[in-house]
Design a protein around this ligand. Structure first.
Ligand code: ZN
Length: 231
């Protein structure tokens, strides 16, 4: 039985739900995020708000929630040009991938997270990657995760588990999972504090949270929310 975990926690809906689940499953949970020159630092601010709200509103989880780690990955901006790191508009590339795709990003995240987990004595990496709504990102696939788990375990000569609780859930089911884990209070916390919008917009409040309402991330979140509320 695994008792300790490191959650890749960006401050979005998915990773907040993953963090909540980890807090129900593991005795010691730490969090990690990467600063790679996102066009907006709203996400990084949101994650601190989420952590603070989890600690104050879920006192039974608070003792399990350990250190938070933020790694500087500015180097990603040097090797890739995407709409997440540069000021360019969103579009689909001829490859069929959106230009928000940063090649190898999740592979790098997992490798660095594994190195930190090794040093901190944490047994499981938890990540909110998902094939259902995955926009075609090949580094979110279940096969990619299994291959990474094997490569990292072999390369560090230490058994490491990659836990992907959202892999086969759609966005409506992710809201349902949040409700199951922490009731309406957790759903409200995610609506209010988590951040999904690609444009970093936090002046417009919708039923599903803050965001521009038009970018692919907002549309996905809004559609999932509608289906969740109908169910
Ligand atoms: Zn948006």
């Amino acid at each position: 039985m695994h008792r300790t975990a490191l959650v890749l926690f960006s401050g979005g809906q998915d990773s907040t739900t993953c963090l909540a689940q980890a807090l129900t499953r593991y005795e010691r949970v730490e969090t990690i995020a990467f600063d790679y020159g996102q066009r907006h630092h709203v996400e990084l601010q949101s994650r601190l708000k989420v952590l603070e709200a989890l600690r104050s509103q879920f006192p039974h989880w608070a003792p399990r929630l350990g250190e938070d780690h933020l790694l500087d990955l500015g180097v990603l901006g040097q090797v890739s040009e995407t709409s997440l790191t540069r000021d360019v508009a969103f579009k689909m590339e001829s490859s069929g991938l959106p230009n928000t795709f940063v090649p190898g990003r999740n592979l790098l995240f997992l490798t660095l997270a594994a190195a930190l987990a090794y040093r901190r004595g944490l047994e499981v990496l938890v990540t909110g990657v998902c094939e259902t709504d995955y926009s075609g990102y090949p580094d979110c696939r279940d096969d990619t995760m299994k291959a990474m788990q094997l490569a990292l375990s072999l390369g560090m000569d230490k058994r490491l588990l990659i836990d992907t609780p959202l892999m086969w859930l759609d966005k409506a089911q992710t809201w349902q999972l949040a409700e199951k884990l922490g009731g309406p209070a957790l759903v409200d916390l995610i609506v209010e504090h988590s951040h999904t919008c690609y444009l970093g917009e936090r002046t417009q409040r919708h039923a599903w949270g803050w965001g521009c309402g038009h970018c692919p991330a907002c549309e996905l979140r809004a559609r999932g929310w509608e289906r969740y509320r109908e169910s």
